[in-house]
Design a protein around this ligand. Sequence first.
Ligand code: HSE
Length: 414
Amino acid sequence: MKMQNIAVIGYGVVGSGTVELFEKNREDICRKIGRDCDIKYICDLRDFPGDRYESKLVKDFNVILNDDEIEVVAEVVGGATFAYEYTKKLLERGKSVVTSNKELVATHGAELFEIAKAHDCNYLFEASVGGGIPIIRPLNKCLAGNSIEEISGILNGTTNFILTKMIREQMDFDSALKMAQELGYAEADPTADVEGHDACRKICILGSLAFGRHIYPQYVHCSGISRITLTDVEYAENAGYSIKLIGTVKPEGRDRISAIVCPRLVEKSNMLSSVDDVYNAITVRGDGVGDVLFYGRGAGKLPTASAVVGDIIDCLKHRDRRIMIDWEDCRDKDYVVPYKQINNSMYVRITADNAEALKPVISELFGKVMYLERNDRPEEELAFITPMMKEADIDAALEKLSESAEIGSKIRLL
Ligand code: HSE
């Protein structure tokens, strides 16, 4: 039986992990697919003198594109420029592509699935969400019998790692970020992690898969962890909450969805609150199954490679069959309900000279709120949690309150 050949484009953290894991387990992989297979090329513009796989390295992408022996390509370049062009060309040649590239799937997924379909090959993306956590296939297959009611999760390893280090070890933000970069968790530009864009792409992918229509990241409100203070963490901990960066997507009526990425106060009784370090966790609620929790390492070389290699094996096993993990395009700007229309309960921290005296005003604006405490709370500081209200109404009330107090923080509850 002919050898099945694979190529890997991008020899960075995930690319080198993919090659390492594949080569380590190659014998087993060959047994699993029932044929011999190997990585024929690794494509990267950089030199890797002395690298164990130097003989497989090529700089010209066309070598892979034009080699008819290459059946499956792992695109682990990242970004939506070169990777987009490469992926389109490969799929148009009928080569299956597997990827960890959440930016590309979240921005061009629907188009790339169409191309794969037209050319009878596969475009798989298990590694794009949750690193090594199996979530794409379970959502697409095992939970397919459910109507999905909500997906909520910690979807970014870097920010969860930073929050854990800051809160549990009092490490400062910059040192924690540097450590996450050294461990290979962060994006090339870590702003994408810190400001929530990476988690936003991932919740868009999960929502697109669960509800069948492409959710474009530009319609999803997203805020990151850069404005969280240790003061807020203290109030939250005292009241029995952790602060986590959470992505959420759910249906709103029959034809619309809501999606948002933001820091949230998560009750300690919720399992997401105890997910620390680089770990990610995703809760999927289905109308039949109830809540299902997926947990594991959300970033890093070998955990992400685990998902990439799994997709490679799936393609090799099913070389004559399309694997239908996809969704339709959706250009309807109203598909995503504006986040200001969604109900939330909000943690608010304010400062004012006469803070205590503002309590009647706060009740008038928000109704019954719950006040929070922390050790040595200054007299001019108040922290409270509002009842569930439409976000636009919370903002209007805060606008009024800002006439007599400075609004320090507002963080949604999960
Ligand atoms: N930068 C990403 C994270 C990598 O920290 O989660 C995995 O997608």
